[in-house]
Design a protein around this ligand. Sequence first.
Ligand code: UGA
Length: 455
Amino acid sequence: MSASQMTVAVVGTGYVGLTTGVALAYLGHHIIAIDKDPRKIELLSKYQSPIHEKGLQELLTTARSKITVTPDYEPAAEADVIIIAVGTPPKQNGEADTRFVEAAARDIASVLKADRDYVVVVKSTVPIGSNRRVASVIEKVLAERGVVTRVTFASNPEFLREGMALHDTLYPDRIVIGSEKDQAISTLRKMYQPLLEQTFDAPSFLPRPASFPLPPLITTDPTSAEMIKYAANAFLAVKISFINEVAGLCEKVGADVLEVARGMGLDSRIGPKFLQAGLGWGGSCFPKDTQALQAIAGEYGYTLPIIHASREVNARQRVLVLEKLQSALKVLRGRTITVLGMAFKPGTDDVRDSPGMELMQVLLERGVHVRGHDPIAIENARNMLADMDIKWCEDVEESMKEADAILIATDWPEYKHLPWNDLVKHMKTPVIVDARNILSHYDFDGNVNYIGVGR
Ligand code: UGA
């Protein structure tokens, strides 16, 4: 087993699993990508990416000879490392549902061969202690089968952002491995060696950032690794909610939150990132993970007031933006409002827990004629709100004609560069609620009612 040629099975080809698998294949490993979803298998068998993610299709095409796609677990028996990257959706009570993780563990254990070395890695974001649970499930099934083999376990959380998933995988800030076994740590160190030492040729479409420092490998115990993932996401969510809370006060006192964030962010202890005030956070991670962390704390009779407050501020942010529309138009019923941006953030077609999508539904309930546009997420948006009376627009300029107001819900760069002064001329009333602060009142001449957040 050389450093550059390990066999790695990845169970689950969602954002995390697929990106990890494709990146590891690009680094030279042989990848067995396992998924039960026939749609994904069909697409991936033709080396077509089921998700929109920058560079993913190109890398999938480049590394195709290293990737085997299958709905079956049997090929995983030939792997050195088996990565579990299936979803952990929220249960009704907010806890992360580990059913799919445990099912994957059982399926893996049912195919492992005798007298071999395997490392089983949990990459899914899972409640504290899940790593131990996966180990016990696998050991139990192996005992039932009477198979004696050597399996070590590790928790290896993922920190990639959607829209930047491959970039974050190839150029990580750090790699975290939580394991009690040296065997697991040393195998994963070998698997990640090309990333740790950055020995691979950077793809032309995903260049290595200038002055990129080699990423440190953090080795720790599994519980701390699981906690690092939740704490990092919760901290980022708190940071955004903090600036959103400040934004509200900026509006009251007449300050500009962009200036405030810039001045704060230059303090190296604070840093400039994740200080963009706006419509708050959405997506499949922050809402779910902050809720799951609260559920974990609850199990121990402990409370997380800061994280709790960040969720409240986040929910309020959507209401405040709605109030901006209301106070500009006075009466919402019967108005036509165009919502720009269905994706929960730019660079992705993911509409899960998208603030813009939620506002659309509230506007509909208030009797508004709602139009929706997104550069790439329109199909997912349409599928999600299929039974709702929304006019989906492919053409952004058309979507604004005769509208009473525009709500910018996602900070897509293409929205920034529209010929705004021409477009507003075709609106019924020129109200722009820029819930992501991508424009400023300086971009408009004349009588446009431009309303940002925190300015
Ligand atoms: C987040 C984390 O950033 C990743 O490190 C983590 O791996 C991932 O969750 C995960 O757990 O899988 P992601 O949800 O893809 O990544 O997107 P982010 O870029 O973090 O944005 C999350 C939300 O916060 C978006 O709705 C975005 O619009 C919002 N946001 C972000 C702000 O409102 N302001 C900001 O300054 C930054």
